[in-house]
Design a protein around this ligand. Sequence first.
Ligand SMILES: Cc1cc2nc3c(=O)[nH]c(=O)nc-3n(C[C@H](O)[C@H](O)[C@H](O)COP(=O)(O)O)c2cc1C
Length: 312
Amino acid sequence: MKFYFAPMEGLTGYIYRNAHNIYFNHVDKYFSPFIVASQRSFKTREWKDIMPENNQGISIIPQLLTNHADDFIHMSKNLKQLGYDEINLNLGCPSGTVVAKKRGAGFLSFRDELDVFLDEVFTASVTKISIKTRIGVDQSEEFYKIIKIFNKYPLKELIIHPRIQKDFYKNKPNLEIFKDALTLSKNPICYNGDIFTFKDYRTFINNFPEVDTIMIGRGLIINPGLVRDIKNNVKLDKNELKAFHNQIYEEYKNTLFGDRNILFKMKEIWVFMISVFSNNEKYAKKIKKATKLTDYEEAVASLFEEQTLLEE
Ligand SMILES: Cc1cc2nc3c(=O)[nH]c(=O)nc-3n(C[C@H](O)[C@H](O)[C@H](O)COP(=O)(O)O)c2cc1C
């Protein structure tokens, strides 16, 4: 089984990825949070995230968000120059502002335009292209039309998060549609969605033994050792989690300016990671309320000292 770390805007930037790769070296590929493609060169933040020096020893696939073939091709060329030979297209982002611009999952409603877009980017053939997609915008059945378009092109991989845009993260992944995708797709498939525990993984793989690639997002932010647990049955340890946390925190302190920015990044991780701890509510509140680094450090230290990690 291959495991991918899902792209997560605001969370899985290069600082997080590097720390994860040092402490939990069991993920086959990381995907960068999306970069909005355009004719410009990279913004500083984007550049830092994908520059090879900041991703040494990490297998990373950059992701682009756009509905303009010219922009996709332009940025693909820039990425190729940096050594990337695969680019992932984001057709899954459900956010209102992204969808309103016909991007991400919003592009799935404009199937003729999507077809023309793919025709142009595959004709240009700058790098290999994989797609990360939802199964539709308003209804799951849209997927049967969408897959016909994907099947016209030689994708490196089709990563399916079987929710519709309107679901955001509510409801359950639609495994009926996913099952059909496995038979209908001419391209290799990777599954993504709601694998939070070893048990979730087992249940999924019992139902879909033919799947050989799984992408995990929130489950890995909650428990960064989840893939190791699945592969080797080694549980997350509090000391290594603390060391992992400290590495990320120190790096943010070294690269970001001002307590506010550092705390903002750390709090985003804790929204998820707090769930591996027992009795976490009180600590979650303290971390959320922290406005100074010292308050934050105190809250985190007491959490690690006073609570244990939950098993599942
Ligand atoms: C905070 C957040 C940021 C995300 N950013 C991206 C992104 O930049 N690109 C993308 O394709 N998906 C993004 N996603 C979606 C995840 O990659 C993934 O598809 C989704 O969380 C479902 O997988 P999971 O159930 O394993 O978390 C994001 C999700 C969250 C919650």
